[in-house]
Design a protein around this ligand. Structure first.
Ligand code: UDX
Length: 468
């Protein structure tokens, strides 16, 4: 792909956002130098080794390295020397008080303040609080350098696709000419361009992510309601989504939303609202619903296979399928699966989990509190009173359910994503409990009155107790 003008770009920080942005901008024909402070990481990236699981990213990095348009260097100083645009993509984790920790962003600004080439643009791409561009402008004290906000909307697992095929590109600066220069980097993408002021650009990112969180919490409550009134959330959400004003995306119920962005962004937005003296009740409710969703699923599991005591799952073994916060990533940050496992552990359960990307020869890639990680799904189910699917890995649909039925102590699966084919489980004699749908607990061979999305009503006495 060619561009009208090959820009010289520096990218500081090679996490999800920085690495994807760097590789994609190089693929658009720009010359990109990516900097990180971890020498080992820089060395590995220079060899084309990608530290994260991200579709198409290894190929794109390899292409960039081979063409010479993408290079990796140690330290910001080396990256910025002749840059026209400097992207700041360092982490902004959440501090315990709910504020974003801006230490890394501020440290980069301080480090490069006097080294930035004359007239360049400093662009924030990491999610930063509203007002950061204004604050960095004061902190840099370089009138010749424009601070620009260019928020990133990519999803983990599909980040390369999302970067190259965005729904929109947002660029905000109080210096319009600088915003247009940064927008020009994306000239070859077929996407609507929103050029605005810095504060609006910063807020757009939060407003969008928080809206998604509200939408997910909304559908999770609808799912709860469906369970109470005997409706089917699959049918309800599909019909809702046909209304173009609502749209069908982000209407799949699940164990709650998680990941490195939505939980952090919703909390940061609440802080912004508090500071601005705005009572954002709706967003607070969405966060509360998300916590409730995990507790509610844990309680449901306890009702299905526990006792009446205060710790109803005392000594009860529960198998878990999936620990990452969604399929297609190896990221476990704020994973609903881990939160649900924690809730089950608090009820006394002993948890054994399998996740296809977290085990290497039986060694967990990362320790998970309260959970023993194994490298085989049937091992996770072995002797369990219940198998709980938390992450929608496609391969879980193809498990040998007859084998799983033999491994399980009780033939019970709680599918928190409505991901499995209830009929395949029923054929193996396993009771299936989804979210917002009727359970499929009849015996194989019974008349079928529904589909996977609209599960059958029970025809025979349940193999396991029903949730109360
Ligand atoms: C999100 C935003 O989508 C993205 O624009 C932003 O840049 C970063 O945050 P990501 O964190 O990668 O991306 O995950 P996403 O695919 O949005 O999913 C977030 C959470 O919602 C996951 O836990 C996912 O499982 C859950 N989810 C998503 C549902 O439960 N149901 C859905 O229908 C969609």
């Amino acid at each position: 792909m060619s561009t009208v003008h090959r820009h010289h770009i520096a990218v500081i920080g090679t996490g999800y956002v920085g690495l994807t942005a760097g590789a994609c901008l190089a693929s658009l024909g720009h010359r990109v130098v990516c900097a990180d402070m971890d020498p080992d990481k820089v060395e590995r990236l220079t060899r084309g080794e990608i530290p994260i699981l991200e579709e198409s990213l290894p190929e794109l990095v390899r292409e960039g390295l081979d063409s010479g348009l993408l290079t990796f260097v140690l330290g910001a100083e080396k990256a910025i020397c002749d840059a026209e645009t400097v992207f700041v993509c360092v982490g902004t984790p959440m501090s315990p008080d709910g504020d974003l920790d801006m230490t890394a962003v501020d440290a980069v600004a301080d480090e490069i303040r006097d080294l930035l080439p004359h007239g360049c643009a400093l662009v924030t791409k990491s999610t930063v609080p509203v007002g950061t561009a204004a604050r960095l402008t004061r902190r840099l004290d370089r009138p010749d350098v424009a601070v620009v906000s260019n928020p990133e909307f990519l999803r983990e697992g599909t980040s390369v696709h999302d970067f190259l095929h965005p729904d929109r590109v947002v660029v905000g600066a109080d210096d319009r000419e600088a915003a247009e220069r940064v927008a020009a980097l994306y000239a070859t993408l077929d996407a609507p361009m929103v050029i605005t002021d810095a504060a609006s650009a910063e807020l757009i990112k939060y407003a969008a992510n928080c809206f998604l969180a509200v939408k997910l919490s909304y559908v999770n409550v609808i799912a709860e309601l469906c369970e109470r009134v005997g409706a089917d959330v699959g049918q309800v959400a599909t019909a809702m989504g046909k209304d173009h004003r609502i749209g069908g995306a982000f209407l799949r119920p699940g164990p709650g939303w998680g990941g490195s962005c939505l939980p952090k962004d919703t909390r940061a937005m609440l802080r912004t609202a508090e500071t601005a003296d705005v009572d954002f009740q709706l967003l607070r409710a969405a966060i509360d619903v998300n916590i409730h969703q995990r507790e509610r699923i844990a309680d449901k599991i306890a009702r299905l296979c526990g006792t009446d005591s205060a710790t109803p799952l005392d000594g009860v073994r529960i198998g878990v399928l999936g620990l990452t916060f969604k399929a297609g990533t190896d990221d476990m940050r704020d994973s609903p699966a881990v939160a649900l496992a924690g809730a089950l552990a608090r009820l006394g359960a002993e948890l054994v989990a399998y996740d296809p990307v977290l085990t290497v020869g039986g060694t967990p890639a990362a320790p998970v509190p309260d959970v023993t990680v194994v490298d085989d799904p049937y091992e996770a189910g072995k002797g369990a009173a219940c198998l709980v699917l938390c992450t929608e890995w496609p391969e879980f649909r193809d498990l040998d359910w007859n084998l799983m039925a033999k491994a399980l102590d009780r033939p019970l699966v709680v599918d928190t994503r409505n991901h499995l084919d209830p009929e395949a489980l029923r054929a193996a004699g396993i009771a299936w409990h989804g979210v917002g749908v009727r359970p499929v607990t009849g015996l194989a061979g019974d008349p079928v009155t529904g589909t996977a999305d609209s599960p059958v009503t029970e025809q025979r006495p349940a193999a396991v107790p029903q949730p109360g």
